[in-house]
Design a protein around this ligand. Structure first.
Ligand code: SIN
Ligand code: FE2
Length: 223
């Protein structure tokens, strides 16, 4: 096959989108392009099971704002926020019951993704499930309610694409903007464990797997 002029540049531009490609973001952080694509349908079925028992809800920040992103959890602990603060709780405040267990498909995929990103033997015990509808966003924040920061964060995108903001260790650092598509998995740990990150307001669209929304799973070792 003959290559047209400019082919090398086209290849470079295309490289980050190659399924199976590892796109480095910083020391200890990368995006695994398309890593979760084969599991996407199973992940969404497992999300539906979790949501049937622990509904998605809009939590309240300690400052009194209602979050635009709807959230729920599964695993041994769930991340919550209310007027009393951000924390992990063993039970769902809506039901006073334990959160649904971590589905095996979440657990296995998180361990494999972490290993592919250079973090051996990652065992998630908590998963925050976020649902973004068009216009909703997550402002820059650190994931810092976990008991220790030795384990990475494994973050799985499903459905509509989003712009991931990947900042630095200080809030003031100007974030990079990275497009995340369904099946992409971002992993950050080690020297990047406490990076500020967020999601720009979701653009409207329609995705064959999720319709008019995006789901994100953040798998953590919280306890
Ligand atoms: C999060 O930081 O909790 C979620 C990030 C994302 O939705 O990709
Ligand atoms: Fe986060």
């Amino acid at each position: 096959m003959t290559r047209r002029r400019g082919g090398a540049i086209a290849d470079l531009l295309a490289a980050p989108r190659d399924p199976g490609g590892v796109e480095p973001l910083a020391d200890g952080a990368c995006v695994l392009r398309g890593f979760g694509v084969p599991e996407a349908a199973d992940l969404l079925a497992a999300i539906a099971d979790v949501v049937a028992r622990a509904p998605l809800r809009h939590m309240i920040t300690p400052g009194g704002f209602t979050m635009s992103v709807a959230m729920t959890n599964c695993g041994r602990a769930g991340w919550i926020t209310d007027r009393r603060g951000y924390r992990y709780a063993a039970t769902d405040p809506l039901s006073a019951q334990a959160w649904p267990p971590l589905p095996a498909v979440f657990d296995r995929l998180a361990t494999r993704a972490a290993a592919a990103a250079g973090f051996a033997a990652f065992a998630a015990d908590a998963c925050l499930i976020n649902r973004y509808e068009p216009g909703t966003r997550l402002t820059l924040h650190q994931d810092r309610n976990e008991r220790d920061f030795a384990a990475p964060i494994v973050s799985v995108s499903l459905g509509l694409p989003a712009t991931f903001l990947f900042g630095g260790l200080r809030r003031a650092a100007r974030p990079r903007r990275i497009r995340l598509e369904s099946g992409d998995i971002a992993v950050w740990g080690g020297p990047s464990r406490l990076v500020f990150h967020g999601i720009d307001p979701l653009a409207d669209g329609e995705h064959p797997l999720t319709g008019r929304c995006r789901f994100n799973l953040t798998l953590r070792k919280a306890l």
